[in-house]
Design a protein around this ligand. Structure first.
Ligand SMILES: Cc1cc2nc3c(=O)[nH]c(=O)nc-3n(C[C@H](O)[C@H](O)[C@H](O)COP(=O)(O)O)c2cc1C
Length: 385
């Protein structure tokens, strides 16, 4: 795309009361670096660099709504009030750099109590610093994640629903300190608790939370509805789903579309379209998961009329722009491209837009910004000759 066409990627967007300066969002990425669920300097510098890099929204990683719901012992949480202030410190900094702070709330379900991936992939035994897990049915994920979860009772379900709402309230408190601007995303994907209720491959219940699609969606919809009702109206609320399990008799795109319609009806503002992670034994190698995710984001946005986030190996600014130009999504979520270059938007802005639509932080602008960049590039080119 030439700069003559107005870039959508670099156009602001308002979702409920929340205005993002551009459509570039940092996808939630676990850092496995918290202690007792408390975020620290690592999280501040990590997320902070994406904000100084120009992202419109920076979403903090999967954050446990209860201690049992942490994926690993190093995952952050919002299950107790002492976890609010360290999180607020991050959201304050993100906001000070013009980025909207987002947070992903999560419950690991049967994939909780596992090692951080830079240590291993196994379940951690209860006698080795792990903890008992919970799921819709007492079936382990399998392979190295061999821990068998407790089948949730109705009382457990009620307790976990409450935990989601309380964590969302704490997230709001953490965000309120920076002026009522926050995006909350509910992690209903990747084989964590809610996605295992959604999928018939993992939910074998015979009560009102299992069996029919309506029953399997119940838990997730109740969580989303309760949070929507409790939150101030100006908070943007999104949901991440796995659009397919890639499993026979599992969760698939038609069910995702039904779920999206229900979520839209209860006031969810966007659907973040990821995939997989729900059952073991899937050979992801021959699957083009990124392509599938991005395609479905477009289908849902057009068919359901719900804003979507496209995610999956988006690294080229022109590809991101083309998705938006084609009404294929409302937001672009990017993960690894930001790990590789936290200032990815600088490169993208240079290719797609101008100084009206993208501002560098003043600390950098004078030397590598619109004016400085030209001088700097010229100097580099001369040096290379
Ligand atoms: C280090 C790392 C941690 C991740 N942690 C999370 C997470 O906390 N929650 C989540 O929904 N997805 C998580 N993901 C998936 C990313 O959000 C994203 O969907 C995925 O990496 C695909 O996008 P990409 O190709 O732009 O990286 C993680 C990915 C990476 C690389």
């Amino acid at each position: 795309m030439s700069k003559a066409v107005k870039s959508i990627l670099f156009s602001p967007i308002t979702i409920r009361g929340v205005t993002l300066r551009n459509r570039i969002c940092v996808s939630p990425m676990c850092q496995y670096s918290a202690d007792e669920g408390l975020v620290n300097d690592w999280h501040l510098v990590n997320a902070g660099s994406f904000a100084t890099g120009g992202a419109g929204m920076v979403m903090i990683e999967a954050t446990g709504v209860e201690a049992r719901g942490r994926i690993s012992p190093g995952c952050p949480g919002l299950w107790t009030d002492t976890q609010i202030e360290p999180m607020a410190r991050i959201s304050r900094f993100l906001k000070s750099q013009g980025a909207v702070p987002g947070i992903q709330l999560a419950h690991g379900g049967r994939k909780a109590s596992t090692l951080p991936p830079f240590v291993g992939h196994d379940s951690i035994g209860d006698d080795k610093g792990g903890w008992p897990t919970i799921g819709p049915s007492a079936i382990a994920f399998g392979g190295p994640i061999g821990k068998v979860p407790k089948e949730a009772t109705i009382d457990d379900i009620e307790e976990i629903k409450e935990a989601w709402v309380r964590a969302a309230q704490r997230a709001v408190t953490a965000g309120f300190e920076v002026g009522h601007i926050l995006v909350i995303e509910l992690h209903f994907a990747h084989g964590y608790l809610v996605s295992t209720f959604l999928s018939p491959a993992t939910n074998k219940r015979t009560d009102k939370y299992g069996g029919s699609l309506e029953n399997r969606m119940r838990f997730g919809l109740e969580i989303a509805r309760n949070i929507r009702h409790t939150l101030p109206d100006n908070i943007a609320l999104g949901v991440r789903v796995s659009v397919t399990d890639y499993a026979d008799q599992g969760w698939d795109v038609p069910q995702t579309i039904e779920f999206a319609r229900e979520l839209k009806a209860l006031g969810i503002d966007f659907l973040d379209c990821s995939s997989g992670g729900v059952v073991g034994g899937v050979d992801y190698n021959p699957l083009n998961t990124n392509k599938i995710q991005i395609e479905i984001a477009g289908t849902i946005q057009r068919e359901v009329g719900l804003a979507t986030a496209a995610v999956g190996k988006i690294v080229d600014p022109h590809v991101a722009e083309a998705i938006l130009q084609g009404n294929g999504a409302t937001l672009i979520f990017m993960g690894r491209a930001f790990l590789n270059n936290p200032h990815w938007p600088y490169i993208a802005a240079d290719q797609l837009t101008d100084e009206q639509a993208f501002k560098y932080p003043p600390q950098y602008d004078w030397c590598i910004g619109w004016k400085g960049m030209a001088k700097w590039r010229k100097a580099v080119l001369l040096a290379e000759k």
